[in-house]
Design a protein around this ligand. Structure first.
Ligand SMILES: Nc1ncnc2c1ncn2[C@@H]1O[C@H](COP(=O)(O)OP(=O)(O)OP(=O)(O)O)[C@@H](O)[C@H]1O
Ligand SMILES: [Mg+2]
Length: 143
């Protein structure tokens, strides 16, 4: 299934994230695809808040740590940013297999760089600049 939204501000993207959270029953692993500054991390803020795992302010970019983990709301949320990762084999050290449990949602920024993640993902959320502050957000679920 595919569903799209257009937003005009970061707040609106967080609101779409809240709506998305209700559509993303775990277990699921999704690639968050989009250019630098497209709004991937902003979207995760809304998802985490809706799940009750963190406030929007708590969610920050896992740029250096690669993985942030949020829990407490029933669904575990793993938020990865693989921009700085270069090699497919460096993925092993992250333990993505262990993150994929029945109660977890794994959201991976820059995951499309890696063949094995493309193969394993249950779909993607693509964010695209659409002029100024506008963004189009498209959810594509494989099933
Ligand atoms: N409609 C919008 N949706 C989301 N963010 C927006 C929007 N309009 C403006 N922004 C701004 O764009 C930036 C998006 O940053 P964010 O960190 O979410 O991007 P990102 O896709 O995670 O980038 P990166 O690949 O660098 O991690 C924020 O500064 C946000 O305030
Ligand atoms: Mg980001």
């Amino acid at each position: 299934m595919t569903k799209s939204w257009t937003t005009q501000s970061a707040d609106e993207t967080m609101r779409v994230g809240r709506e998305l959270a209700a559509m993303l029953q775990p277990p699921r692993m999704l690639i968050l695809r989009g250019n630098l500054g497209a709004g991937k991390t902003t979207l995760v803020k809304g998802i985490a808040a809706a799940l009750g795992d963190a406030t929007e302010d708590d969610v920050t970019s896992p740029t250096f740590t690669l993985v942030h983990e949020y829990g407490g709301g029933g669904t575990m949320l793993y938020h990865l940013d693989l921009y700085r990762l270069e090699k497919e084999r460096e993925l092993d050290a992250l333990g993505i297999d262990e993150m994929q449990r029945n109660d977890s949602l794994v959201l991976i920024e820059w995951g499309e760089k890696f063949l094995s993640l493309n193969a394993r993902a249950d779909g993607e959320i693509a964010l695209e600049h659409a002029g100024g502050d506008a963004r189009t957000i498209t959810l594509r679920l494989n099933q």
